[in-house]
Design a protein around this ligand. Structure first.
Ligand code: G6P
Length: 370
């Protein structure tokens, strides 16, 4: 097994480091000029043109990529999107039919709840498309169409490169759908952002790995960590908290920053570590200013604030105890960059606590039972 890890201390460390290729391989062959064209969906325009609603269904980490996918598909394809956990979707009586596209997301393609949700959707006459990392797995076989992520095999229980590849695939799907539905004239700037994404992920890994690992080492005795974000920073906050729970067994929660006043702020006491995902001030000035006021609110109550912010964003400096930098990107693309330091943090903290990051207690890589 040591050989398979190729010199890395764990599969998770290897898989986190493989994210630039996971993203690049997922994009490869799906860009033509300044447009996104997914060859697997050739001849399947009907999947997207006659629908009035999209439901994205998944479990675990995949369900957080789904939340980013919702924002992307709504922005570019102008069709309403809901995200629903597969086990909630299939045990109620959802309103679906021929005009619903049910998109499932699964790294393994074998998660029982997600599979049953897809079968249920088909029985109800919905169209189905799966986003999957495993060629020929059960969920893609049960779906009308599949868009594969090309992250390569993921061994560590906690998902990392599959997650960034899922977001990438959903960005591609949103742009593909926007074109097919005739609502997205040009995607030149989005295509340029996609093409620069692998390089930017590599940059975060190179620049922040040591800093974030050191930070995690100092925090090895921490008992609780909170994560806040807005827009796609919200699902990234949820994912950051999930990574920490999964492998370091530390209490962690992610919140939409706008919910602070509705409860979470009561948790803030002096010394409470809080990660805040800060969107680009250049691309989203309004959301940025809202997040900065959230930071001020928690800082005033003694929180230890660790921000993940764009390079050059000086507005966060007066209120941050630690600043983790990510390159400039527009919000949807930024999600792929912001998650990387959170993965590194969880991994380094688990390691500092002497835990097995690849095989956390009580968890399985693929939950194929109910
Ligand atoms: C398990 C894994 C998670 C994963 C989830 C969904 O809980 O431990 O890492 O996110 O299943 O798996 P899937 O293969 O459907 O993406």
């Amino acid at each position: 097994a040591a050989a398979e890890k190729g010199g890395w201390s764990s599969f998770m460390a290897k898989e986190v480091a493989e994210q630039p290729e996971a993203v690049a391989n997922t994009i490869r062959g799906r860009i033509r000029g300044d447009r996104v064209v997914i060859p697997e969906l050739d001849g399947l325009d009907d999947l997207f043109s006659g629908i009035n609603r999209v439901i994205i269904t998944a479990c675990g980490t995949a369900a957080y990529s789904a939340m980013v996918g919702k924002y992307a598909i709504e922005q570019w394809a102008r069709v309403p999107v809901e995200v629903e956990l597969a086990h909630e979707f299939r045990y109620r009586d959802p309103v679906i039919g021929a005009e619903t596209l049910v998109v499932s997301i699964s790294q393994s393609g074998e998660t029982m709840d997600t599979l049953m949700a897809v079968k249920y959707a088909r029985e109800r006459g919905a169209r189905t498309l799966s986003v999957c990392n495993t060629q020929g797995a059960t969920i893609p076989r049960e779906s009308d169409a599949v868009v594969y992520t090309h992250a390569g095999p993921e061994v560590a229980v906690a998902s990392t490169k599959a997650f960034s590849a899922q977001i990438t695939a959903l960005l591609l799907l949103g742009l593909h759908m926007g074109r097919v539905r005739g609502v997205l004239a040009s995607a030149a700037s989005e295509v340029a952002e996609l093409q620069s994404l692998p390089e930017k992920v590599a940059h975060v890994l190179a620049e922040e790995n040591e800093h974030v690992s050191q930070l995690a080492g100092w925090m090895a005795d921490t008992r609780s960590v909170l994560f806040l974000g807005r827009h796609v920073g919200y699902p990234i906050a949820l994912e950051g908290a999930l990574k920490l729970k999964e492998i370091s067994y530390i209490h962690a929660e992610g919140f939409a920053a706008g919910e602070l006043k509705h409860g979470p702020i009561a948790l803030i006491e002096p010394g409470q570590p809080v990660f805040v995902i800060v969107p680009s001030p250049r691309h989203s000035a309004l959301i940025h200013s809202k997040v900065v006021s959230n930071i001020q609110e928690i800082r005033a109550r003694g929180a230890r604030v660790i921000v993940v912010a764009e390079e050059g964003d000086a507005a966060v400096l007066p209120y941050a105890d630690e600043v983790i930098r990510i390159p400039l990107a527009s919000p949807l693309f930024e999600s792929v960059l912001a998650v990387v330091p959170l993965q590194i943090f969880a991994m380094a903290l688990a390691t500092a606590r002497g835990l097995d990051v690849d095989q956390p207690r009580n968890l399985a890589k693929s939950v194929t039972v109910e």
